[in-house]
Design a protein around this ligand. Structure first.
Ligand code: SF4
Ligand code: SF4
Ligand code: SF4
Length: 462
């Protein structure tokens, strides 16, 4: 039953509870591509990719700490900010949270646990209850440090940032069993999880099989197979927010329940309707931080040009970040107010404009990351040459037309705009038919369009 502002519960309309089947089938990728299932179960390729990742990250850290500190003589910067992070951002749409299955950050903690050098303390309730807020705070801190200290051009700073995330994961692994950091605190895991709600794949159990299960080995583990590292177990996976898609549960499960489905990227957003507290904080923060980052990068829009002063830059960016976060938070709240329906008797309060803005928030993030990649790519090989004394690579610099960079950013936010419109239209026409007037619908479309125009303005006038 839906509650609308000013409507009594009695007069509220009853909407049909739409099941997964009615929404359209998903495709089980393990059935269509059996090699994909072998990939998860045998784990040889996982081990290979992880080893390559460990080597690359060790190089980035060592190169940042002990290599040249001039940005044009240290290729670790482009490998981290121009290759690794944009690849992870791009992977969200296709693979959801699968990056977490290969991530090197929890590796050291796992070694401590394997050799019995961990305390295995019970998980504090405070961590379980408020960890999500801390992860959002840590994410804000990373974005703040990234922009106000220009860490993207500091090899040492980049290494320290990576080491600090590894340190968090390792300390948690020494204190608590499994990967408490990944479940509750990791800022990257949080942003990846929220972005994964827009992915075209999902890791889910076959609930029919799980109903017959007596062991729940996917969560507890079995023989030599570890249980779920984030205390979930496949039977508990109902969204893309927390499951790492690591596949550990597949070996433990005797009933062959876990599967990887291909789905509509809008399915989860429409189903969840912005009910999760994580999303309602991260989405306005991400959009606000993107606008702040664009404005901060742009001498035309910035009120206070800071020159070389780090303190001035930090204060300047902090003010922009806070202002635009409040602006986006209020915009989303105003949008929900205009939408008019914010509570459901079955699943409680929800925030319809959060899922509507999810595509724009990740399109904006992709645009910003690709901007760095395309801007710095022409100098990557010459930088490698300067770092390792291979002078021939100096000749391989090339020119990247600024218009091409802007058009790439524009394309990312334009596709996102269309996705946002699609979700809004699904809500109005299919989820709440006849309950949102045409005037409200058009007003919300204009509101989304204005946010999009802000992105376009900042992209083309930077
Ligand atoms: S949650 Fe963070 S540390 Fe854990 S696997 Fe994902 S990115 Fe890595
Ligand atoms: S996924 Fe497998 S082990 Fe886990 S509850 Fe379902 S059937 Fe049992
Ligand atoms: S449910 Fe399975 S795939 Fe997901 S995190 Fe747990 S073990 Fe990994």
């Amino acid at each position: 039953m839906i509650v609308r502002r000013g409507w009594s519960l009695k007069s509220a309309k009853v909407i049909k509870i739409v099941t997964d089947k009615e929404r359209g089938e998903t495709i089980d990728l393990f059935t269509v591509f059996p090699w994909l299932k072998r990939f998860f179960v045998q784990r040889r390729l996982h081990a290979f990719v992880r080893t390559v990742g460990d080597i690359v990250f060790t190089f980035i850290i060592l190169s940042g700490l002990f290599g040249p500190q001039e940005p044009d003589r240290n290729c670790a910067l482009f490998l981290s900010w121009g290759v690794w992070w944009p690849t992870v951002v791009l992977s969200w749409f296709f693979l959801g949270r699968m990056w977490c299955g290969f991530c090197p950050f929890p590796g050291l903690g796992r070694v401590f646990q394997r050799y019995g050098l961990a305390l295995n303390l019970p998980l504090p309730r405070l961590l379980q209850k408020y960890g999500v807020y801390w992860s959002v705070v840590l994410l804000a801190l990373i974005i703040w440090v990234e922009e106000s200290t220009n860490i993207k051009y500091s090899p040492m700073g980049t290494s320290l940032l990576i080491l600090s995330i590894m340190l968090g994961a390792t300390i948690c692994a020494i204190l608590f069993p499994k990967q408490a950091w990944c479940r509750y605190l990791c800022p990257m895991g949080r942003i990846i999880g929220v972005a994964a709600t827009l992915a075209i794949t999902e890791f889910r159990p076959d609930h029919e099989k799980c109903r017959q299960c007596k062991t729940f080995a996917c969560k507890r583990g079995k023989d030599n197979y570890p249980g779920c590292p984030v205390y979930l177990g496949a039977f508990n996976v109902r969204n893309n927010l927390y499951c790492l898609v690591c596949g550990h549960c597949m070996k433990a499960c005797e009933l062959d329940s876990p599967r990887l489905n291909l789905r509509s990227p809008f399915k989860e957003l429409i189903l969840n309707k912005g009910r999760f507290i994580t999303c309602s904080h991260i989405i306005p923060f991400l959009i606000g931080s993107q606008i702040a980052r664009y404005v901060f990068d742009n001498h035309i829009f910035r009120a206070v040009p800071c020159g070389d002063s780090t303190l001035c830059a930090a204060v300047d960016f902090s003010v922009l970040l806070v202002l635009f976060f409040i602006f986006c938070h209020l915009t989303i709240r105003l949008g929900s107010f205009i939408f008019g329906i914010t509570e459901d008797e079955l699943f409680g309060k929800f925030s319809p404009m959060v899922p509507v803005f999810v595509p724009l928030s990740f399109g904006g993030e992709l645009a910003l990351r690709l901007k760095y990649t395309l801007k710095e790519a022409p100098n990557f090989l010459p930088t490698v040459g300067r770092q390792f004394g291979i002078h021939a690579l100096e000749q391989l610099a090339f020119h990247m037309p600024p218009l091409l960079i802007r058009l790439t950013e524009f394309t990312a936010v334009t596709v996102s705009l269309m996705a946002s419109y699609h979700i809004l239209s699904k809500f109005v026409k299919e989820e709440f038919p006849g309950m949102v007037s045409n005037v409200r619908f058009r007003t919300l479309q204009v509101m989304i369009y204005l946010v999009f125009c802000l992105y376009v303005l900042l992209i083309f006038y930077s």
